[in-house]
Design a protein around this ligand. Structure first.
Ligand SMILES: Cc1ncc(COP(=O)(O)O)c(C=O)c1O
Length: 444
């Protein structure tokens, strides 16, 4: 394994396109030669590296690099995925970028945010965040940081209002945080405008772009500083592994913080907090995600086209009260989604660049909470399951499942209607999905 960090490594051909980077990753001819010429990346399912001599062991252990040595501090298979994730998220970002991987998406969110809350930087930290977030993220901020560590958590009333964000920021604010699009109501935020606010304050804007994936939205190219992902979702679409990623631009320009945090934040996390605290991804999981991420663009394109078709169908359906999908004109974030969500490199396909709005949508059936549960029970093709971004379509009622804990903790703030069904569209044929939804929405 080469001894470099998780930067997107130079591609075999100059200016390689997104799909080429996804398929090749960092596994080029030279890397393959280290593995007996294997055409696919090997899975290094070993906890540690052995050394031919004490001298070699001391040299590898002493250097503050990213070599293997022990899998908590680095592993060749994990490193290959790190490079691929950095290359895809940093694609056309016009800035150097590194990635570091974690055991889960929540691990990535915790790792990205915790070091910024250090009381060494002042004992009254606050954070400014959109309440339109995944339930566990809300719990980390409210309970783990707010209640247990006395962090002042400032939820923005209207995340689409830049003025509302600005009003909450002061000299003790450590970061701005948003999902784009948000789980489950698929709202966006104005990333360029929030990046500017963050830059003025000398703090980072952190964006969870799990629902978009770099195939549709790359926040770093729009000015954001740090991106987090659950790789458990569309990156690992076959649904075998959990994983998370923190990707950060180099040169964050954090005001009043040690220079090592600003220089290469993701590298700092990997060599310090992650290595010490230990929530690393398993090399086996990284290996399965490496296989899935190769086809990210084509898959997310297909899922997004079907999702738009399903959303339009549901919008016209007599059994549906409301549909939430950023591809619909009726959705509050439609204008920003049209501005920011593009199928990467679609302008090279022989026409104009094309919008894609992702694989997640929600709807409220006529009849309220009871009817929503009945619709769920009638589904035959779509799976009742709490994951999203998978090749198989899934459905859940977030208010009763994924977002219940957050809704129970603060019913007033939760933007999740209790009768709302969340659909994550996979790669089945759109007509079959529509037929399943139609029979599930039948009126008795
Ligand atoms: C937007 C978003 N971020 C983060 C997570 C957490 O990911 P994980 O379950 O891999 O910890 C989820 C999980 O659903 C999510 O939807």
């Amino acid at each position: 394994m080469s001894n470099d960090g998780g930067e997107g490594r130079a591609a075999a051909v100059p200016d390689a396109r997104f799909t080429t980077l996804a398929i090749s990753g960092a596994y080029d001819h030279a890397e393959s030669a280290h593995h007996l010429g294997a055409l696919s990346e090997p899975a290094h399912l070993a906890t540690a590296q052995s050394f031919p001599s004490m001298e070699a062991m001391l040299a590898a252990t002493a250097e503050d690099g990213d070599g293997w040595v022990y899998t908590r501090r680095g592993n060749p298979t994990v490193r290959l995925l790190e490079h691929t994730v950095a290359a895809l998220e940093g694609y056309r970002a016009d800035t150097a970028v590194s990635a570091t991987l974690t055991a889960t998406g929540m691990g990535a969110i915790t790792l990205a945010t915790m070091p910024l809350l250090s009381t060494a930087f002042g004992d009254k930290p606050n954070i400014v965040a959109s309440p339109q977030c995944y339930g566990s993220t809300t719990m980390v901020f409210d309970k783990r940081y707010g209640q247990e560590r006395d962090v002042d958590v400032r939820w923005v009333g209207d995340p689409l209002s830049v003025e509302d964000w600005a009003r909450h920021i002061d000299g003790e604010t450590r970061f701005l945080y948003a999902e784009a699009p948000s789980n489950p109501t698929v709202q966006l935020v104005d990333i360029p405008a929030l990046s500017e606010l963050a830059r003025q304050a000398g703090i980072p804007l952190i964006v969870d772009a799990t629902l978009a994936t770099p195939a549709l939205l790359r926040p770093l190219a729009l000015g954001a500083d740090i991106v987090v992902h659950s790789l458990t979702k569309a990156a690992g679409a076959s649904g075998r592994s959990m994983g998370g990623a923190v990707i950060a631009r180099h040169g964050l320009g954090l005001r009043g913080r040690p220079a090592e945090l600003s220089a290469d934040y993701a590298g700092y996390l990997r060599r310090g907090p992650l290595r010490d605290m230990g929530a690393v991804i398993s090399p086996f999981n990284a290996w399965t995600i490496l296989a899935d991420i190769r086809e990210l663009r084509g898959r997310v394109d297909a899922m997004s086209r079907t999702a738009l078709q399903v959303a339009r169908h549901l919008e016209e359906h007599a059994g549906v009260v409301e549909v939430f999908y950023p591809g619909l004109e009726s959705h509050r974030s439609h204008r920003i989604a049209q501005r920011d969500m593009w199928l990467v490199d679609s302008e090279l396909d022989g026409g104009e660049a094309e919008n894609r709005f992702g694989f997640l949508l929600c709807f409220r059936p006529v009849g309220g909470v009871r009817a929503a549960h009945e619709v769920m029970d009638r589904l035959r093709l779509i799976w009742r399951a709490n994951n999203l971004g998978q090749v198989r379509s899934t459905a859940t009622i977030p208010g009763a499942t994924t977002h219940k804990q957050a809704a129970d903790a603060d019913p007033g703030r939760s933007p999740v209607p209790p009768d709302m069904i969340r659909l994550s569209i996979g790669i089945e044929h759109p007509e079959d999905l529509v037929r399943d939804l139609d029979q599930a929405l039948q009126t008795r």
